[in-house]
Ligand binder design. Structure first.
Ligand code: GCO
Ligand code: MN
Length: 361
């Protein structure tokens, strides 16, 4: 997929004008599974990679997203075959820089030890090669363990500079090696968990990193905002979509749901927890004429049975299409009425308009 040069001479990720909104649905391979964690037992049976991908495809996905843990680069041939046989494409790949090795316990790109930073850069390059070989348009860097476990755990200015510098190195290498076949490098911010204070924390930090990398490779880097992470920060997700879009940096999205009061990542199905956020998200993507991949990052509920293996994924995709349908079906007079309310600052009517849209009135 790679990058293409616009008439203006600017390089842009090709996948961003590739799909009609809702046509390309990308789901994490890690979004289905047996469950289990610190507080929850394993509740479902284990599936093979092929079994997981089939469940995700049957739930409505067209694209799949991989971590290096479940889809190691050395298994490229086997994985490519499974993906192709199921009629899927790979949407995104991401190296596990948080749980992949014990060495990442205190960070990755911003780790105080230069050897660990170099290891994170190396692991990322290897998985970018995998992404290029398997035809994924997007690479995601999720901060994970990067940040602080205790106050002053890492010198703050160094944390920021080291993180940006590691990314800068990767972008230079990627452009030299893969040129226009490079992946759109999308940074996924999160404010905390597993760290106490993570970096990059917000979309503002993502834009900061984009500004800190060298100009000749700046077109390669953007953001992958996630609903839960924005809610954890107290941010409005749709506003963050716009924040990145106006900078030309909305490279990917991760949709899910949150109740809006937690300090941890709920990863609920899209439309669960806060349905108004879901409605506004779809509204905003349409408003921005977003034509990239619609990614979901949702966890199964701990009570889901084997028969509900991909239920969270299925509900998320179904709700997205539902809300998109309701917005698309709005009549022109209704749209003009809405724009009139915005122009006049009639917040009472705007509020009513959205609620009526949601409830079909
Ligand atoms: C989280 C994150 C991760 C990342 C994934 C790469 O739960 O905090 O969302 O699941 O999304 O590792 O995108
Ligand atoms: Mn995510």
């Amino acid at each position: 997929m790679g990058f293409k040069k616009k008439e203006s001479g600017v390089w842009v990720p090709s996948h961003l004008d590739q799909f009609e909104l809702g046509e390309a649905i990308s789901v994490g391979d890690w979004n289905v599974g047996p469950g289990g964690g610190r507080f929850i037992p394993m509740v479902r049976s284990e599936l093979t990679l092929a079994g997981r991908l089939q469940a995700i495809r049957d739930a409505g996905a067209t694209h799949i997203e991989f971590h290096s843990t479940e889809a190691p680069a050395k298994e490229l041939k086997k994985i490519k075959q499974i993906v192709t046989d199921l009629g899927l494409n790979v949407g995104m790949v991401t190296a596990n820089l948080f749980k992949g090795r014990p060495k990442y316990a205190n960070g990755n790109f911003g780790h105080p030890d230069p050897k660990i930073r170099a290891l994170a850069v190396k692991d990322t390059k290897e998985y970018i090669n995998f992404g290029v070989a398997i035809g994924a348009p997007v690479y995601v860097y999720w901060n994970g363990s990067n940040g602080l476990r205790v106050r002053q755990g890492v010198p703050y200015t160094d944390l920021i500079k080291w993180t940006a510098d590691s990314i800068n190195q990767i972008l230079h290498w990627m452009w030299d090696t893969h040129k226009e076949n490079s992946l759109a490098f999308a940074i996924e911010n999160k404010p905390n968990e597993p760290t106490q204070w993570s970096y990059p924390e917000t979309a503002g930090d993502v834009i900061q990193i984009c500004q800190m990398v060298d100009e000749p490779v700046r077109h390669l880097v953007g953001g992958n905002p996630e609903v839960c992470h924005e809610i954890m920060s107290g941010s409005n997700y749709a506003l963050t979509l716009a924040r990145l879009h106006v900078m030309g940096k909305l490279f990917h999205v991760h949709l899910n749901g949150a109740t809006g009061k937690q300090m941890f990542d709920e990863d609920l199905p899209f439309g669960a927890g806060d349905v108004m956020t879901a409605l506004e998200t779809v509204w905003q993507l349409k408003e921005l004429k977003y034509r990239g991949l619609v990614g979901f990052d949702v966890q199964p509920r701990p009570t889901d049975t084997d028969a509900q293996y991909a239920e969270s994924v299925k509900q998320s995709i179904g709700r997205f299409h539902n809300l998109l349908g309701a917005i698309t079906d709005l009549s022109d007079p209704d749209r003009r009425r809405f724009l009139g309310y915005q122009a006049k600052g009639n917040n009472a009517e705007i509020d009513k308009f959205f609620f009526d849209l949601l409830t079909g009135n």
